[in-house]
Each structure stands twice: as C-alpha cells, then as structure tokens.
Design a protein. Structure first.
Length: 81
C-alpha cells in the first residue's frame, strides 16, 4: 500500500497490491471524528461493514459497500490528537 500527502492536508491516493488485497476496489474515504462511534450508529441503521474497525497509522478505519457495490470508508485521526 502506498499513500501520498497533499500539502498540509492528508487526502491520499492509496495504491494497493492486488496480490496482497485480492478483493480490492476503488474506495472513497470520509474523515469522521470517531470511527467507533459512527460505526456503531451506522451498523444500528443496517449498514453491513466488510470488517470490524481496524487501526491504521493515523487512527481507526472501517470499510463498507453501498447497495450498488461501491466501496466507502470512514477514518479518523485519533492518533494525531
């Protein structure tokens, strides 16, 4: 996996190796204050996640798919605070 910073912000282009991530799909990520809290709210409202929230270098993240199969993710920067 490879990511790039853009200026002082951290929007990223993340490139993943298909040999390591066989189910890879383009993913749109949204920054939230608290992944675990939003994960629980979304799950209570019927969102089916691809995994439990997991730790990344900057905080927590989790991915899900919309009804059309588009992959989305939420991430926080809890380790930077």
């Amino acid at each position: 996996m490879l990511a790039f910073n853009v200026g002082d912000e951290e929007p990223a282009i993340i490139l993943k190796d298909e040999n390591v991530f066989p189910n890879i799909k383009p993913t749109i990520w949204f920054e939230v204050e608290n992944v675990e809290s939003d994960y629980n709210k979304l799950k209570e409202n019927g969102v089916k996640f691809l995994s439990e929230p997991f730790q990344i270098m900057t905080g927590m993240a989790v991915e899900f798919e919309d009804p059309f199969g588009n992959r989305l993710g939420i991430t926080d920067y809890s380790k930077k605070k």
